[in-house]
Design a protein around this ligand. Structure first.
Ligand code: NG6
Ligand code: CA
Length: 500
């Protein structure tokens, strides 16, 4: 009798959750382009682990990050709100305050309500702490732990921005209280050498910017001093993050979990572990892509070993398109060879052209998701509404205002996705089916820093992607009516506050 009672009260509900609530692992590369993996047709580089996910899952050809840079993409992905609706969500300095309001619904807090244990490991870049930024020497709040994550192990911003330390559950890891961290983005602080004054101390030189405080032989954006015992070693970063991601999965294996694993690779500075150095033949950028693929493989292997693969949805995607020279002289340009980071697409990171936001995007859930290719138009902004539907959570009226429930498309039950999508770069663009309209922008055609084609034109541009995926023929003059319609739709969405 006692055992029966135990079974009914304890074991059965656990079994039921295990069956109905698959784990969700979202692996998010940084600056990985549409053409950067062999899963998406690259031949100069081999990414076997990402390819395996594609083979065992559904590979999307028209899936998008919400923006062509990091902070707005991540903001939109986690909140379900287009970032251009919210001021202060551009690329953030390393000492920025948290941009997500603790009252906002997030993908993590929604899944937490649904009974998931949630964790984030890797690049954060959404700010930390209150107005004025965090005190690195005390408990940091708000942090990811205040917007829905049970566990966090992060770097605050990017590898090229100070402070170059990890933060685990609101505390800088390994900090010696006798050596407090000070950070300043406006003027030098402390007496550590800078790239500008001491280029002789550099193992990697900047090509633009990145000439402030030197840490680990690399000059960064921003000034810092202190926290010597807590400084990261760039060469070990992928090992550290991957180790933390694997440990999280191992700890949570008995109950449904959501892991947001935000890789640093292949963002600058590209300083892969020595075991990847020289392996791609493409210099540090290619080697960092191999390292990203290794990180993916470790996670997939862990799911296999714990027999969780069948009950785990793995999503692999990237926060924005590719860039070759992003501010360091790291051989990426000279060693690129025939490799096309954006595949057939035009532009790259920062650009209004498709390569800005159209990214690799794979969903694997062995027993449930159809294998193959999907041409559905989907966006990362849709995760919140889709997974809310999936876990039967209701969203309040103002939650996730731009997130659409695209569960059927994400699970491969339909090939139809969004009717329209706003893409964010230096201008806004709107996609309606295979038509794309880019708003006027007087900026330079090609970025002087990155050499990326920005998709700027003083007049609006219209492209028909079904016959011109590379956006080479602006047909705005031939289709003035369509231009008017699409521009009007964008104007309507802008002040509306919502599009779902
Ligand atoms: C730019 C940096 C670039 C990179 C980017 C953010 C310079 C010259 N360029 O301002 O190196 O850090 O910001 O990248 O400083 S992102 O992927 O996080 O959006
Ligand atoms: Ca990025």
């Amino acid at each position: 009798m006692k055992t029966l009672l135990y079974f009914l009260l304890v074991a059965l509900p656990v079994l039921a959750t295990a069956q109905t609530r698959p784990n969700i692992v979202l692996i998010y590369a940084d600056d990985l382009g549409y053409g950067d993996t062999s899963a998406y047709g690259a031949t100069a580089i081999k990414t076997p682990n990402i390819d395996r996910l594609a083979r065992e899952g559904l590979r999307f050809t028209d899936a998008h990050a919400a923006a062509a840079t990091c902070t707005p993409s991540r903001y939109a992905m986690l909140t379900g709100q287009y970032a251009w609706r919210k001021k202060g969500t551009g690329v953030l300095p390393g000492d920025a305050a948290m941009v997500i309001d603790t009252k906002q619904a997030t993908l993590a807090s929604m899944l937490q309500k649904a009974g998931y244990t949630t964790g984030v490991v890797g690049k954060w870049h959404l700010g930390l702490g209150p107005q004025g930024g965090p005190d690195w020497n005390a408990e940091i709040a708000p942090s990811p732990n205040h917007i829905g994550f049970n566990y966090s192990f992060i770097m605050a911003a990017t590898g090229d921005r100070v402070p170059t330390v990890y933060v685990e559950n609101n505390r800088v890891v390994g900090l010696d209280p006798a050596d407090p961290i000070k950070v300043d983005y406006t003027k030098p602080i402390g007496d550590w050498p800078t790239g500008k004054a001491n280029p002789d101390q550099l193992k990697m030189h900047p090509s633009h910017g990145h000439d402030m405080t030197i840490v680990n032989g690399i000059s960064r954006i921003g000034y810092m001093t202190g926290g010597k015992a807590a400084l990261w070693k760039d060469e070990d970063m992928a090992d550290v993050f991957t180790g933390k991601a694997v440990q999280f999965i191992e700890r949570q294996k008995a109950k449904p979990f959501f892991l947001y694993f935000a890789l640093h690779d292949p963002h600058v500075p590209r300083v892969p572990h020595p075991r990847f150095v020289g392996k791609s033949g493409m210099g540090p950028r290619g080697d960092a892509i191999l390292q990203a693929d290794w990180s993916v493989g470790e996670v997939v292997k862990t799911l296999d070993q714990l027999r969780l693969a069948n009950n785990t949805i793995v999503i692999f995607t990237s926060d924005n398109g590719p860039v070759v020279d992003d501010g360091y002289k790291d051989d990426a340009v000279v060693k690129l060879g025939s490799h096309k980071p954006a595949g057939p697409l035009r532009g790259g990171k920062y650009s209004n052209f498709e390569a800005g936001t159209r990214v690799p995007f794979i969903v694997r859930w062995p027993k449930q998701v159809r294998r193959g290719i999907s041409n559905a138009l989907v966006s990362q902004v849709d995760f919140l509404a889709s997974f809310a539907a999936f876990t039967k959570q209701s969203l309040a009226q103002n939650d996730a205002p731009d997130s659409q429930n695209l569960l059927s498309a994400l699970l491969g039950k339909t090939g139809t996705g969004r009717e329209h999508l706003v893409e964010q770069a230096s201008s806004l663009s709107i996609r309606v089916g295979q038509w794309k309209y880019i708003e006027p922008n007087r900026g330079p055609k090609v970025s002087a820093y990155t050499n990326v084609e920005m998709g700027h034109d003083p007049d609006g541009q219209l492209y028909n992607l079904s016959t011109d995926i590379s956006e080479t023929r602006n047909v705005a003059k031939q289709y003035p009516e369509r231009v008017r319609e699409m521009s009007a739709l964008l104007q309507k969405l802008r002040p509306s506050g919502a599009s779902r």
